[in-house]
Design a protein around this ligand. Sequence first.
Ligand code: FES
Ligand code: FES
Length: 144
Amino acid sequence: SNLDQLYRQVIMDHYKNPRNKGQLGEDTVTINMNNPTCGDRIQLHLKVEDGKIADAKFDGEGCSISLASASMMTQSVKGLSVEDAIKFAHIFYDMMLGKDYDDTTFDLGDIEALQGVSKFPARIKCATLAWKAMEKGVGKEEEI
Ligand code: FES
Ligand code: FES
């Protein structure tokens, strides 16, 4: 459908022109996370200040879904409180699991382009990789 095509374009745009790719110079938490099913890994750098995610960047190798998701995740959580970032991650996990998800609390923006991933169970771990890294970085981690 046209919507699927649009979503594919959004994913490819984030893959080819990743937002927030690179290192963070200052005082940051770095989390290495790998997808055990394929061995791809990402490195997430977070600057957490006063209970907020002041900055986020990532690096790494992976498929288009994993890198697009990392790009979108960094865009989405920058400026959020740690608590909201975790809430956002849980909304994203609901989306990935094909459950009804709350699309009202946060501006989902480009993230909605990933909703089709729920139909491809093997790719769910690709999409959740960066979000799990973020949760680990702020001290929470969930199995999914
Ligand atoms: Fe890594 Fe498919 S390319 S599992
Ligand atoms: Fe490795 Fe997607 S195939 S992260």
